[in-house]
Design a protein around this ligand. Structure first.
Ligand code: COA
Length: 211
């Protein structure tokens, strides 16, 4: 059976394995330390992060929810191992969209995600269960889109931003995208109707800045 390395030993890593299994891969988890490996209550294969260079025959993905952490791991191993993409077979794509994503590295697309078309997708982005991403949006590197979030058309999401579960980001226009700044966190269930600053936290309906 073909194998894929999955950084992480958390619930997100196990959910990433679900995608790998649907694609016919055996998962090999990557733990940060011997203590983390010992604490991992799963029967799957686990190797240490310091040993990944000895397992270059398989692609890797980063099964970690936090984009900033994915960034650190990706940079640390950029020249050592090969990062692949993991796309659940139930995800759907508009014209040319899947081909675009396949040019990227480290993208994880969970079951039920829907992309329409003309969406720019960055490296090491994570699209969780049933998220919807609409036309002409721009999703920067390391962005996390949580389950059931709905990104409408002409939205731009900055690097390592985290869109909470069930969030709706209203559409922008061809002339002006609704923009969420880098590293910003949008709380679950928010409805974003205007631009959001970088390095901030927004919650509620309509979304308001709390940090
Ligand atoms: C927004 C969020 C990050 C805030 O977490 P926090 O920094 O620990 O903030 P607190 O829990 O102290 O809440 C701060 C205030 O925001 C409110 N708040 C927190 N989350 C909220 C939400 N999702 N919607 C509306 N209000 C929210 C709290 O009620 C509190 O209000 P108060 O000051 O009037 O009492 C967090 O609640 C959240 O929504 N995380 C995203 C969860 C998610 O989608 N996970 C996906 C997993 S795959």
């Amino acid at each position: 059976m073909k194998r894929i390395g999955i950084f992480g030993t958390s619930g997100m890593a196990r959910e990433t394995r679900d995608i790998a299994h649907a694609l016919g891969y055996d998962a090999v988890f990557v733990a940060r330390s011997a203590a983390e490996r010992a604490a991992f209550s799963d029967s799957g294969d686990v190797i240490l992060e310091s040993d990944v260079g000895s397992y270059k025959d398989m692609p890797y993905v980063i099964g970690v929810g936090e984009g900033a952490l994915r960034a650190k791991i990706a940079v640390r191993h950029a020249n050592i191992i090969r990062f692949g993409n993991l796309i659940h077979p139930s995800a759907t794509f508009g014209c040319g969209q899947r081909q675009h994503i396949e040019t990227r590295s480290g993208v994880i697309v969970c079951a039920g995600v829907r992309f329409t078309s003309n969406i720019s997708v960055g490296d090491f982005t994570l699209f969780n269960l049933n998220a919807t991403i609409s036309h002409d949006s721009v999703i920067a590197d390391y962005v996390t889109v949580s389950p059931n979030a709905c990104i409408l058309g002409n939205v731009s999401i900055g690097e390592a931003a985290w869109i909470g579960a069930g969030t709706i980001v209203n559409q922008g226009s061809n002339d002006r995208k609704v923009t969420i700044g880098k590293n910003t966190l949008i709380g679950s269930g928010a409805v974003i109707i205007a631009d959001c600053d970088a390095d901030s936290v927004y919650v509620g309906v309509p979304g308001r800045k709390i940090k």
